[in-house]
Design a protein around this ligand. Structure first.
Ligand code: ATP
Ligand code: MG
Length: 247
């Protein structure tokens, strides 16, 4: 004997199955990192009509649904975003320019500067370190950073000899603990540097978050991806003009 109502549930499932065959909902996966990138992307996504169903800060889920059928968000480490998009595990992602410089950007389309998560990539030393003198003498400089590739390319282009030390966090500690002469890191307000008696000695690059897209997704899911890109570009423009009015 079947439970009451199971017949109508079964026919409901059948109807859904037919609808999915006849009118497939296009799927779209977005890769975002928790924290700053997620928080600052949220209003732009809302401008594009996409609202996540959960907050990754409070939910343990790593795949989050949205108000739009077929559109989901995967929550990954900031430096893993380009990897997910490059391999097509996500169609679209948001990654800092710092992450993209380090990744190299191969196999990724970068159509839009989202103008969020703005900061600068700089070199910094302890206050009182003779940076110009050390550079002029051509002495080897020990530089601690998470951005080994970007730092290597930056100093090589200037013909400077540097020894790079890879770190995964708290770069500011390295000069204080005697691990390195300088660090390459991101700064926004400069408060962390100041609190640790460090000063900026070189500006390397302005940083903001970029929209990155898998080129195959753009081709094969153009009807879904292109309107999202257009809507995000419009949301960025609205935000920019609102900021201009406010200033
Ligand atoms: P993790 O904490 O997992 O090691 P992360 O430090 O890269 O990763 P976040 O601190 O959330 O993660 O930084 C994410 C992105 O935000 C960075 O890649 C960078 O583009 C940007 N960002 C980092 N620090 C700042 C800052 N102080 N101000 C503005 N944007 C920043
Ligand atoms: Mg961080």
């Amino acid at each position: 004997m079947t439970a009451p109502g199971s017949g109508s549930r079964a026919s409901g499932r059948m109807k859904l199955w037919f609808e999915q065959i006849l009118f497939p909902v296009p799927t779209l996966t977005l890769a975002l990192s928790k924290g700053r990138i997620f928080d600052e992307t949220l209003p732009l996504l809302a401008g594009a009509g996409i609202v996540p169903a959960e907050d990754p800060e409070t939910s343990r889920r790593l795949i989050i649904g949205t108000n739009r059928p077929g559109v989901s968000i995967v929550i990954v480490r900031a430096s893993d975003v380009p990897t997910y998009v490059q391999h097509g595990a996500a169609d679209v992602g948001v990654a800092g320019k710092d992450v993209m410089l380090e990744h190299g950007g191969e196999g990724l389309y970068q159509p839009l500067d989202l103008e969020i998560a703005r900061c600068r990539m700089v070199a910094a030393t302890k206050r009182g370190f003779d940076w110009p003198g050390t550079v002029q003498r051509g002495a080897r400089i020990r530089i601690a950073t998470k951005y080994v590739k970007t730092a290597r390319e930056h100093f090589a282009a200037k013909g400077m000899h540097v020894d790079l030390i890879k770190l995964y966090g708290s770069m500011e500690l390295a000069p204080l603990a005697g691990l390195a002469d300088a660090i390459v890191d991101l700064v926004s307000s400069g408060n962390t540097l100041k609190a640790n008696d460090l000063v900026v000695v070189e500006d390397i690059a302005p940083i903001s978050a970029r929209l990155i897209v898998n080129p195959a997704s753009l081709k094969l899911k153009r009807d879904t991806v292109q309107p999202l890109l257009d809507a995000l570009a419009a949301a960025v423009a609205v935000r920019r003009s609102a900021a201009k009015v406010a200033s």
